[in-house]
Ligand binder design. Structure first.
Ligand code: OSB
Ligand code: MG
Length: 369
């Protein structure tokens, strides 16, 4: 792949409404948009999904920027690749920093797909033309949660996820069950529990949750297996799965029955697909997680979620879930609870240049000659 230059743009946009978990509240989203310019005139786009502060993983927008600018982009310049599937192995010389790596790797996949005149879904091995859409409701009050769920159900969303902690769990879930007895409902704890809370987690069994996401520590695999052995509700791991090896260990130890795959958290599409393939072989269903992201990352998620092992609706909502106006066109829309998998080349969306300009706070070019 002959590359002419890479451009990094830091963008910033307020969320339509605050997003609250027990770890804190997000009101504004900052991201890095990576544009890779091929010698042939094609472009590829990726999005860095680290947050402004390290509340979800250790990376931040600033650390990702540093990794991209000072290590990953110079390394790619010095070590040309023939195919995007080579990138992950090459970047192993730099430890971790998964989200920074994924930002550049995904841009190279988009570029490659466009050069091949194929959709990204087709390049990755996607098998469906639409994917089911789920949504996350993360507000501060029960009343707001109920209202939002009603709105989203009217839009057609197929599955709802709420955020729980020992402070609100039974109360929230039991109340939601009264209002929405048949709703496909799941709960994400973002590591709010410890082994001592086993009775609270057992008590959640009676509410028919699809799964409980990441109850224990963000870096735990062993104790989740202790809990999974004692509760009926399937455990889904999110934060704990940062590499293929983590997924392998979690499945071997029976720490979970489901895995949430996020492209950024695992360092790129190559590893995301490797985890997908392994889970499929082992009978572990997977779904695609979300990062309150903009359209570019969402588009990559849609392509990934078109692979056959993604049998559960993910956190892939429409552009209007978080944004007044997204940075891609057309925007991502949910129809009857489904999102169409684009058939156009690459990620299948164009950059909304006007919107990009409005929200860009900083940009920098890295020529490869
Ligand atoms: O734990 O899945 C999570 C958002 C930011 C960081 C972590 C998580 C989330 C979400 C949802 O739950 C996301 C979304 O709608 O993009
Ligand atoms: Mg989660």
């Amino acid at each position: 792949m002959e590359i002419k230059s890479v451009k990094l743009s830091v963008i910033k946009m307020p969320l339509k409404a605050p997003f609250t978990t027990h770890l804190g509240t997000v009101v504004e989203r900052e991201s890095i948009i990576v544009e890779v310019n091929g010698m042939d005139g094609h472009q590829g786009y990726g999005e860095g999904v680290a947050f402004s502060s390290p509340w979800y993983t250790e990376e931040t927008v600033q650390t990702s920027y540093h990794m991209l600018k000072d290590f990953l982009i110079p390394y790619l310049k010095e070590n040309p690749i023939a195919h995007p599937a080579e990138v992950t192995e090459k970047f192993r010389v730099f430890r971790r920093n998964q989200m920074a790596k994924a930002a550049l790797e995904t841009a190279l996949w988009d570029l490659y797909a466009r050069q091949e005149n194929r959709s990204l879904s087709n390049v990755l091995g996607g098998t469906v033309d639409k994917i089911p859409s789920g949504v996350v409701v993360a507000t501060k009050s029960l009343q707001e949660t109920i209202q939002q769920i009603e709105t989203y159900l009217a839009t057609g969303y197929r599955r709802v996820k709420v955020k729980i902690s020992p402070k609100n769990d039974i109360q929230l879930v039991s109340e939601l069950r009264k209002w929405f007895p048949d709703l496909e409902l799941m709960a994400d704890a973002n590591s709010a529990y410890t082994l001592k809370d086993i009775d609270r987690l057992k008590a959640l069994d009676e509410y028919g949750l699809l799964m409980i996401e990441q109850p224990l520590a963000y870096d735990d695999i062993i104790e989740h297996s202790v809990i999974q052995n004692q509760i009926k509700t399937p455990i889904c791991l999110d934060e704990s799965i940062v590499t293929f090896e983590d997924a392998y260990k979690a499945i071997e130890l029976k720490s979970c029955q489901v895995i949430n795959i996020k492209i950024g958290r695992v360092g790129g599409l190559k590893t995301a697909i490797k985890i997908h393939d392994y889970c499929k072989e082992k009978g572990i269903p997977v779904w695609c997680g979300g990062m309150i992201e903009f359209g570019i990352s969402r588009a990559h998620n849609i392509a990934l979620a078109s692979l056959p092992g993604f049998t559960i609706p993910g956190d892939i909502s429409g552009s209007d879930r978080y944004w007044e106006e997204d940075v891609i066109e057309p925007e991502i829309i949910v129809e009857n609870g489904m999102i169409a998998v684009p058939t156009l080349n690459g990620i299948g969306f164009k950059i909304n240049k006007k919107r990009m300009q409005e929200v860009t706070v900083f940009e920098e070019y890295f020529p490869f000659n």
